[in-house]
Design a protein around this ligand. Structure first.
Ligand SMILES: N[C@@H](CCC(=O)N[C@@H](CS)C(=O)NCC(=O)O)C(=O)O
Length: 206
């Protein structure tokens, strides 16, 4: 399998899942700062010009964080990366969708790429502030899910933890906003997992 990633991007969460599963893979770095995602070569793989993308050994290309994470869980059922009960599986994807479909594109993207939301350069700081608010509200909403010393979002480690990890990395690792205590403890717990340490080392992150 090939994983197309950018260091510290949302692809880090997929990298963590691949490491958790111990799947042989080749990481292919897409330099987002240089705009490599818009190159013809990369758009031939993912016309949406985003990471992550994975290419399976038979050439099948999969894109979109939620789709890739669910594919990895479904093809490695013993690891139970998505709970087997339908309600718990829905709860898992409820969290993933909120993190990947709201906090990331509406919150963090405003902080990181304000120009995409504000054609007028004078509005950039207001957009960033809006993003910080959306991002912080998201973490506050997740905070009680980890109450009473709950280690992982669904009780056992799941794809939702990998999703929370990549946005926590953006918040605490890149110091965009402080994390509430339970989420911060979850971030520390994630960093202590050997698979996470391996993914971070491969992406040269600390
Ligand atoms: N909906 C996509 C979004 C992926 C996404 O936004 N990836 C970012 C990195 S975190 C990216 O590739 N950005 C490049 C760009 O927007 O130019 C997914 O969940 O996989």
């Amino acid at each position: 399998m090939k994983l197309f990633y950018a260091p510290g991007a949302c692809s880090l969460g997929i990298h963590v899942l691949i490491e958790e599963l111990g799947l042989p893979h080749e990481g292919v770095l897409v330099n987002l700062r240089d705009g490599q995602q818009f190159s013809d070569d990369y758009k031939a793989i993912n016309p949406k010009a985003k990471v992550p993308a994975i290419v399976l050994d038979d050439g099948t290309v999969l894109t979109e964080w939620i789709a890739i994470a669910n594919y990895l869980a479904a093809t490695n059922p013993a690891a139970q990366l998505v709970p087997s009960s339908p309600v718990e599986a829905a709860r898992c994807n409820e969290l993933v969708a909120y993190i990947n479909g709201w906090m990331h594109p509406q919150g963090f993207a405003r902080i990181f790429r304000p120009e995409r939301f504000a054609p007028n350069p004078e509005d950039k700081e207001a957009v960033r502030e809006q993003g910080r608010k959306i991002f912080a509200e998201g973490f506050d909403l997740i905070e009680p899910v980890l109450a009473d010393g709950r280690e992982w979002l669904l009780g056992a480690f799941s794809i939702a933890d990998a999703a929370l990890f990549y946005v926590s990395f953006w918040a605490e690792g890149r110091q965009t906003i402080p994390l509430p205590p339970n989420v911060s403890a979850h971030y520390a717990r994630m960093k202590a997992r050997p698979a996470v340490a391996r993914a971070m080392e491969q992406e040269r992150l600390s």
